[in-house]
Ligand binder design. Sequence first.
Ligand code: NDP
Length: 489
Amino acid sequence: METDETLTNRQGHPITNNQHIRTVGNRGPSTLENYDFLEKISHFDRERVPERVVHARGAGAHGYFEAYGTAGDEPVSKYTRAKLFQEKGKRTPVFVRFSTVTHGISSPETLRDPRGFAVKFYTEDGNYDLVGNNTPVFFIRDAIKFPDFIHTQKRHPVTHLKNPDAVWDFWSLSPESLHQVTILMSDRGIPATYRHMHGFGSHTFKWVNAEGEGVWIKYHFKTEQGIKNLTEEVGTKIAGENPDYHTQDLYEAIEKGDFPAWKLYVQIMPLEDADTYRFDPFDVTKVWSQKDYPLIEVGRMVLNRNPENYFAEVEQATFSPGTLVPGIEPSPDKMLQGRLFAYADAHRYRVGANHNSLPINRPKADVHNYQRDGQMRFDSNGGGSVYYEPNSLGGPQESPENKTTAYPVSGSADSTSYDHNDHYTQAGDLYRLLSEEERTRLVSNIVGSMKQVTKDEIKLRQIQHFYKADPEYGTRVAEGLGLSVPQEV
Ligand code: NDP
């Protein structure tokens, strides 16, 4: 193809030869005068930003969220003043990033793993990030355990191999993981594509209306494509044949106009129920039964545009559960409390102090503040505008009407567990909800993984947990491993 563009270096100087480095004689050494080569290769040396410690492997797409303006029979304004939900038919642009969790940036996408489901809503009140997974619960419920948990999912420091001993040692010593382990090992542990899975906010959040009245809520994105999964065998086969299976599926579906969509539902709990509900509603290893708190539809999300550049949009996208808008507030969930800090901190390290100014992360709402400078401040840096506050120069001012709700707290500052320690009922409920074929595959997936554990002590400890969830569950896993359920159960 003909072009009238001249190839230049990053200073805008014309490149005269992009095929050969400059040497002293054809067989001689290259020189430091070789500016174009040094600039080209040194930029290449820096092409990667650090991959995410978790959720490294991902795919993303743009789309919109359309509000219904209602929550069931009620106007949604009864529960939240968040503007993105208010008006029937109102569309808010979104960017969604799906991911696997524990495997690295180039790993096969059809391995057994939870899937990240992160949504950035570009609202008129600034960005709102809902950074969830395809599972309603999580393995642990206290953020201080997260680095240890992830170490067990990553590689052994000596062999650099995955380490089933560490995985099951940690899980067997952290029985709160049982519910999520059951979901992970079930059919839903390998979604067929990113389109064929649900998304969950997982944590409890608080919705607050214009009067300052709150409710606790949980989010559920239900796929309109239907749930589809891959068996362990098919997932493993595809992993070898096409490691990019999920990314390709999402890209091609959107390219041909087959836009994936999800309905967004919330469960709503009156604030006072949190004191009496039979599970701690802030414990992210538990669900709220839909029989107690039914799903209420509030809108619909459609993904209809692929990124134009993977690195600029998907890799540099930064999501944080702390990015909230007026009308949506955190809950005391001890896992969420840690995530409120951890995500933005990871992005400051990974992408830089000014990651929020990148096009993919920049709010579509106006941004006015007194922050200045920092590495890679690539916008106008506030120009000559007033750079401190308070000031008498007409700079941007606080809006007290948007403040988050004050709430009473009591107790001693201390490191304490949740009061509630029933890790078995809900994992058992899930087991009992499965068909016979689903149970068989669940047990087979668990046995396939636990067979690799070298210590019987770990296997027996874990079998006890399965048994406490449901005796049949524990017995079948024990049989599969050629062991007996330990006596003390
Ligand atoms: P409900 O019958 O009201 O809800 C059951 C939920 O389980 C539905 O959301 C359903 O989602 C989901 N589900 C159905 N089959 C499977 C499966 N094979 N693997 C994973 N999830 C499945 O009962 P409860 O609300 O009392 O919950 C019972 C158990 O269901 C819980 O202990 C939990 O493990 C599981 N669950 C509960 C959720 C909740 O928010 N309450 C959410 C997801 C799971 P779908 O309609 O898409 O099939």
